[in-house]
Design a protein around this ligand. Sequence first.
Ligand SMILES: [Zn+2]
Length: 392
Amino acid sequence: MSKKAFVDLGHGGNDPGACGNGLRESDIVLAVGLRVKYHLLRHDVEVMLSRESDKTVSLAERTNMANRFGADALASIHCNAAIETAYGIETYCYTFKYRVLADKVHGKLVENKSLYYANRGVKEADFHMLRESNMDAALVEMAFISNARDAQLLRNMQEEYAIAIAQGILDYLGIAWINENESKPENNELYRVRKSWGDAASQKGAYSIKENAIAECKNHNGYNVYDSKGNCVYSNGGSQPSQPTPTKEKIDLFSRVAVKGRGSKYYDWVKNLTDYTGDKKNPCCLFMAYPSKGEVRFRVSPISEGRYYSEVQNYYSSKGIYDEAGLPNVPFDKIQMRFDLPGYKIRYRAMCNGCWLDWVENGNSYMEGHNGYAGLGDGTPITAIECEIVTR
Ligand SMILES: [Zn+2]
């Protein structure tokens, strides 16, 4: 049975948490928490978050959710605040009797020396999240939002914080960390050296390590190496596999916007590039998108705010529940999108002043591609958007 983790994203909604240096605690922990979820899901951990958007959730609701979920571990993510000169990272457990998870999470965080300027250690605290949860719980204070240098870490190192927190939880759950670009080893995978997949009698050996099978295959002209599914993974002149190389399935992307003056009334959904969404005249204020498979995440930067609103993602598109980025009647001048399935990327572009801007391409992070966002970002409203998901 898969393990369960509950990740509590501190504050949200009516309660922005601590604010300082242009940052809000609730935004930072949302960004980090969503990435913790992503990394835990990659390891087949069942994950529940206390919130997945900027909304109000009481402390009692949070621990009730975790207890009902039956989580094996609970991590609560926060930013610290105090006088301007205080800085560093610290992690709390209820009492040291229950410190194993806190030690693991804190240990992974401080392993990455770029995540802190002072290691303030693991401490005890009588916090609600730690006291009222039935499972081992750790509360992380990543850095001080009230300190200028720490705030830079909170702004720039969100992915690194998320990886370390996920690694600590996984360590506690007894699950080995797998890097994002490494494929998970198949259980009981065997590599067979044969003339052809169908010619079992020709088999020269079966190996659990691919390199060993390839080394054996090199001794036998006219042989191939096959994985457990019969895919040819190495050829030394054996008969070529008859099965066609699988083509990646097409993933449809649906998007729509609401423009200034129409309030929250959306234009119709647009599929892929069959049409653009928007009317090329009025500024876009709200945006929604969902793919036929996987999850698309996006965020917008409203004109004159100079920062992005919290990232949102499509929810349960099959059930018709979505989330939106933006505010009614507040135009945005920048939009970013990313898409979570390996082998695919999202392409999108924006229209400003009647002209389409360059395409932007992102995988599962915002940093790839031209500019990394669509829009001019100089206060010029976006009046139309096109987007699609393509294979890499
Ligand atoms: Zn907090």
